[in-house]
Design a protein. Structure first.
Lengths: 322, 322
């Protein structure tokens, strides 16, 4: 009798119909998926599983027979420490699933900053009817997107619909222009792009290379009155410098969905910074149905590849960090 | 000696460089523009002026020699009462100037509603870091835009970039499909469109025909969990019915920039309605530079037409209401 091939799935976010779909298809390919809400519940199965699907570091440590680890998120930086993922284990992620949700967040917070909506809403909360006299607009604005992967491209596409003057990318290689970007600078020439960034959108992965990408020096290159939105990783931005530039008015506003220390402590100085919109790392996440569907289908696609011993499509390099 | 031809401009929102541009060009055409911040200051000039430019009903009453009244806004409903504008006076408006600003507001508030951002921000204000588990997205959603003029089309174009399933228009005639809309229903068949409106955006002008467009009966045709955004006129929507549907959860959220009574009184019941985002009629207005530029250029274009006794391009029918 053939031995059962187990998949441990620690995916509390997964919709019932998607679980059913995945279980059925997996069975056809000779696998059984066990679904768990928490890592603790999954530990026993993890010890026996061939495939682990989920943000589950404890299960990873327990999974002695693991062949494939599928991360349902885009960021893999939590797993890049040496030895965390045993050598020889295939690792995939779900980059490409989050673009639409994150782009909606980016457009929303950009418009909230440009239109000074914090002031409007604060007054309306006090039932005080007063219009804002002056607002900015995306129309005619020059936008720079740092990171030209799925997130950056999807943000660029949404933002372009608002009639900006230019949408410029910054990528590792400087490649990636095309429909989404008017032009793309390599990160080595970021200094040429930043003076054009009336709105800077940061979608960078958390790697050694992107650490402190928006340093104090580079921040000084942004035009006066610029806006900064970060949905990548908190480590790519100098938070102290950002706070100072928002306080002295050099920057008009910023929105951070990611910070160096998450969750932000109650006494973190960032809470007090003017014109800074903070959200709890929820731009992407599993909040919208489209994201969950794409994640499930990416897994299914690679399960099919894995079952037929083909190359996995969503393979990542832990060394590179994405 | 030729008599001076006066233009009274009551345009406190106008930028200095645009004033300079308009004054110079007007002079070349034989006109002198006098600029005023308030109606009261303008009254004396108004009595002598040939052209009145501005939202200035008192000046209108005083302007005995008036030939052309240019309204720098899109809505003309304040001037449709019989006798307010003397017969024979040409009336133009600035429809077409507001699309980008209003579309930015529409996308912003739609995303705020869909993404439950009121809850996120309210918690963050208390320094309480908690993600929202479930959000909606524009991706895959069916959107209906009531009003297919400049506002409706511009909103539709921005919203389309987010990957909706369909963008459907409702117009007086049922014409107007094309790039902006997948299809357009005439208002007489609104009942066919409303069940498809997972998001309903209302951009209707304030006319007798649009009065109570979204009645209690029609509201009941919207799908469960729908969202409503109104940037047209407060009179086109039954506020009591909306409040009831938001309270019983039949509608998931609404954003009103326009209301039946503006400014909203401090004891208006609308303030207390859950999932209702209120803004102080500031979606369009003169807040963004692009709007002010377009208004100034529309005026200039028709001043040129007027000076050369050609038809005015931005002529409106006060009888029709737009």
């Amino acid at each position: 009798m053939e031995k059962r091939r187990w998949i441990a799935a620690v995916t509390p976010w997964m919709d019932a119909d998607l679980k059913e779909l995945l279980s059925g298809r997996a069975q056809e390919m000779g696998f059984e998926i066990r679904w768990f809400e928490t890592e603790e519940e999954a530990l026993e199965t993890a010890a026996e599983c061939e495939v682990l699907y989920g943000m589950a570091p404890k299960c990873l440590a327990a999974a002695k027979r693991l062949r494939w680890f599928c991360i349902p998120f885009a960021g893999v930086d939590r797993f890049t420490a040496p030895g965390l993922v045993p050598e020889g284990v295939l690792v995939t992620n779900s980059a490409g699933a989050y673009g639409p949700a994150i782009a909606e967040h980016v457009v929303m917070v950009s418009l909230m900053l440009l239109r000074r909506e914090d002031r409007v809403f604060r007054r309306m909360e006090k039932r005080f009817w007063q219009k804002e006299k002056s607002m900015d607009s995306l129309e005619g604005r020059s936008i720079v997107v740092a990171g030209t992967g799925d997130l950056g491209r999807t943000c660029a596409g949404r933002l372009r619909a608002f009639g900006p003057r230019a949408v410029i990318g910054i990528s590792r290689s400087g490649r990636g222009a095309g429909q989404a970007f008017d032009r793309v600078y390599p990160v080595s020439e970021a200094e040429k792009a930043l003076p054009e960034a009336e709105l800077l959108v940061m979608t960078l992965p958390g790697t050694a290379e992107t650490e402190n990408f928006l340093s104090e020096e580079r921040m000084a290159l942004l035009p006066r009155g610029a806006y900064v939105v970060n949905v990548g990783r908190g480590r790519s931005l100098d938070e102290k410098a950002l706070a100072a530039r928002l306080r002295d008015g050099r920057l008009a506003g910023a929105a951070l969905d990611v910070m160096r220390h998450e969750p932000l402590e109650a006494d973190d100085p960032l809470w007090e910074v003017p014109n800074l919109l903070l959200t709890p790392h929820c731009a992407g996440d599993m909040t919208v149905r489209g994201t969950r569907e794409r994640c499930a289908h990416f897994f299914l696609e690679d399960l099919d590849n894995y079952a037929h011993q083909r190359n996995l499509r969503h393979l990542v390099s832990l060394e590179r960090g994405y």
